[in-house]
Design a protein around this ligand. Structure first.
Ligand SMILES: [Zn+2]
Length: 361
């Protein structure tokens, strides 16, 4: 917890611990409860404000955070008024990751505030401290965050910009000049979200979908030319499911009941063949000493989605896989046979890391 390094004086102005007289004559009061404060400027401890006779309430613990946020707001506001608040370009990666496909495009656009920003210095931590209209047609919500604080979900039509700074050490919080230097050096203005008001994300998505369809089409043509998917399986090593670049701890990975025995942290691909028949394709978890991430053999399953339907165990030909009634899945004979079979028959496919999101497909 940060010690209280600054507090309002009788006029409401923010005073730093190094800028007031020691003791009860400091003239500052608690920004939470309004009680008089004493300035502690001892040699042993970090300088800080304390309540007289230790009368702080539990909620007064938030006073330091509140002062830090207020300082950050003042910092950004001063920069904005001095004309130094040019907004960085907004960047977003658009990606399609599914069986056999891993394509992405980076899109970027500029966004600047039209007119001035409306400031609300006393906003709660999860509320914007300033708002404006952007020249992209979106509404700007500016937040300030200390450390790794989480933003609330964006509102429809609103862009989120955040001024973020890691918690300053107590030594720089003695006076305003040092604190502001720290914020100027370590504070970062970054976009957290911008709605696709210019249609650039949708356009990139459409290009990637077209590329994906092309990749699948080439794939099927190649399989046909080779005399059937079985030949292709022999000719090429089985492709991997693409995972994230940094893998979360498998023990903490979410588990989905609709994908029995799935490996942790993998992508799922849904193939809908008819209104009543859909299959979820995924990598099976290895049991035993082998780590599936390094194992050369990978085993895939098709689970009836969102759960077993009538006749699921006999619905797929043996060339695709064999039903395992105990687990409730079809164990794929070969990954590519399964993908080829399903790609030809599916009228829609979806991929992602959360198979529950495919419910409406
Ligand atoms: Zn207080």
């Amino acid at each position: 917890m940060t010690l209280l390094f600054a507090a309002p004086d009788a006029s409401g102005a923010l005073r730093f611990i190094g800028e007031v007289e020691r003791g009860a004559v400091c003239g500052c009061s608690c920004p939470v409860c309004g009680s008089a404060l004493v300035a502690r400027q001892g040699a042993a401890n970090e300088w800080h404000f304390a309540h007289e006779a230790s009368q702080e309430r539990p909620e007064c613990e938030t006073a330091a955070d509140r002062m830090l946020r207020r300082l950050m707001v003042e910092h950004v506001q001063t920069r904005g008024e001095a004309g130094g608040l040019s907004l960085p370009p907004y960047q977003q990666r658009v990606a399609i990751v599914r069986a056999l496909i891993n394509v992405h495009e980076d899109v970027q656009w500029g966004a600047q505030a039209m007119g001035g920003l409306q400031w609300r210095a006393e906003a709660a931590p999860d509320e914007p401290v300033a708002q404006a209209r952007l020249d992209t047609g979106a509404d700007l919500h500016l937040f300030v965050m200390v450390g790794e604080g989480q933003l609330p979900p964006p509102q429809t039509g609103c862009a989120q910009l955040v001024f973020r700074c890691r918690l300053p050490p107590g030594s720089v919080l003695r006076d305003r000049q040092a604190a502001e230097q720290y914020l100027a050096q370590h504070g970062e203005l970054a976009w957290a979200h911008h709605p696709d008001t210019l249609g650039l994300v949708a356009a990139a998505q459409a290009r990637l979908e077209a590329r994906s369809r092309q990749i699948y089409a080439n794939w099927l043509a190649m399989a046909d030319a080779a005399g059937g998917p079985a030949t292709v399986v022999d000719a090429r090593p089985p492709p991997l499911f693409y995972g994230p670049s940094t893998r979360p701890d498998p023990r903490q990975a979410p588990r989905y009941a609709c994908a029995p025995a799935h490996a942790p942290n993998v992508s799922f691909t849904l193939y809908r063949l008819s209104p009543t028949e859909a299959w979820l394709l995924y990598l099976l978890e290895r049991v035993g000493p082998l780590d599936w991430r390094t194992a050369t053999e990978k085993f895939y399953a098709l689970a009836p989605y969102p759960g077993p339907f009538d006749g699921w165990a006999q619905a797929l030909p043996p060339s695709v896989g064999v039903a395992d009634l105990d687990v409730g899945v079809v164990r794929c004979t070969g990954f590519l046979d399964a993908v080829t079979y399903l790609s030809r028959r599916a009228h829609s496919t979806r991929s992602g890391r959360n198979p529950l999101a495919f419910e409406a497909v």
